[in-house]
Design a binder for this molecule. Structure first.
Ligand code: ADP
Length: 352
């Protein structure tokens, strides 16, 4: 990981509403992970075809084809890898692109796989090219090539692997090389969850964690969870703590609202940094367009933090627009922040 990437990731981890896994999530991640399709909420465009492919493979007594899951962090890619392995009654061996530093690291794992096992590689777009080369024959023909001896005596040995299913997960499908991508038989894109689906995720988690919560309180948390189950589960735990200390353990809609406001998370799931970015565009640059360099300087943040950590969600919910001239705050952003738009250059008069 280069320095820039390290800074961006550190920044992402400081935010309660980050979709990256935080250390505080780890215990809950394991406890709350659905083990079967029946427990897995939403993502029907992925689940339906995947179930058919799995059932067909099981009936034929074959391992499932290799699966590529792509989409933002925290949407349930790792969870699906575990569901596949439960469905097929096999083991999962999990690693990540950056953890496989040398071809030997990959060999060690591949040669230990048993027939049908799920080999899960998270962040597969970050595989070292030298390691990736070894993955091609492994995926295609279930063999790995070893070079033994050196110089004139060097020989290539083929090692036959057991047939396995590679499940690759990536947040950046565009960074995958074509040869790697082509070796996946099943490619699925994960989507953000609707508030209703997230409410169901929260109610399920609450039951498992023995947290008493009503439908409307769960809906309140869901609305602020940025389409992401990982965030929904994290916010649920924060609300539980607040309710325990401040409200006699009872989570009502008002308690959920107060708990999340205390954390600086508003009813659209924005935090202070999101709002600071929008307010800077609106207050300092009259709603934009403004270049990213100027924005970064005014906010005293790095450009890459803004582009990679803050902007994606604001763009997705339509609060921010990228135009050739720079960034603009949209009408929805003005309305959300209760800023009247009348009389501002370039902004239509909403009559507010
Ligand atoms: P990813 O691998 O995409 O980053 P994970 O699979 O680790 O995400 O999911 C994060 C957490 O979110 C899981 O521990 C699980 O509790 C929850 N989760 C994800 N998807 C679902 C779902 N469809 N239904 C219920 N809970 C989910």
């Amino acid at each position: 990981m280069d320095r820039r990437e390290a800074v961006v990731r550190a920044m992402a981890r400081e935010r309660l509403i980050t979709n990256e896994e935080l250390p505080e999530d780890q215990a809950a991640t394991v406890a709350l992970r659905p083990r079967s399709f029946d427990d897995y909420i939403g993502q029907q465009e992925v689940v339906r075809p995947l179930r058919i492919a799995l059932e067909a493979a099981r009936q034929r007594g074959e391992p499932l084809e290799h699966v590529l899951l792509h989409g933002p962090p925290g949407l349930g890619k790792t969870t699906l890898a575990h569901i596949i392995r439960h469905y097929m009654g096999v083991e999962v061996i999990a690693t990540s692109g950056p953890a496989l530093k040398r071809p030997g690291d990959l060999m060690g794992l591949l040669t230990n796989l048993k027939e049908g096992d799920v080999f899960f590689i998270d962040e597969i777009h970050r595989l070292d090219p030298a390691v990736e080369e070894y993955l091609y024959p492994a995926m295609e023909d279930f063999i790995v090539d070893f070079v033994v001896d050196k110089g004139a005596n060097a020989r290539m040995l083929n090692f036959k692997l057991r047939r396995f299913t590679l499940v690759g997960a990536t947040t950046m499908a565009g960074l995958l090389t074509a040869p790697l991508r082509d070796r996946f038989g099943l490619v699925y894109r994960m989507n953000y969850y609707t508030p209703d689906e997230l409410r169901a995720v929260i109610l399920r988690s609450a039951k498992l964690l023995r947290i008493e919560i009503g439908e409307d309180a769960a809906a309140e948390i869901a609305r602020r969870s940025r389409g992401t189950p990982r965030i929904a589960n994290r916010l649920l735990r924060r609300v539980r703590d607040y309710a325990q200390v401040e409200a006699g353990g009872v989570i009502t809609r008002e308690v959920a609202d107060a708990a999340l406001r205390l954390e600086g998370i508003d009813n659209a799931g924005l935090d202070n940094l999101d709002r600071a970015l929008l307010r800077t565009i609106i207050d300092v640059y009259q709603g934009g367009p403004v270049g990213i360099e100027a924005l970064a300087a005014t906010l005293n943040e790095s450009q890459s933090t803004l582009v990679e950590v803050v902007e994606p969600y604001l763009l997705q919910i339509g609060f921010l627009a990228r135009t050739p001239g720079g960034r603009k705050a949209t009408l929805a952003a003005y309305q959300h922040l209760h800023v009247p738009t009348s009389g501002q250059a370039g902004q239509p008069n909403l009559g507010l």
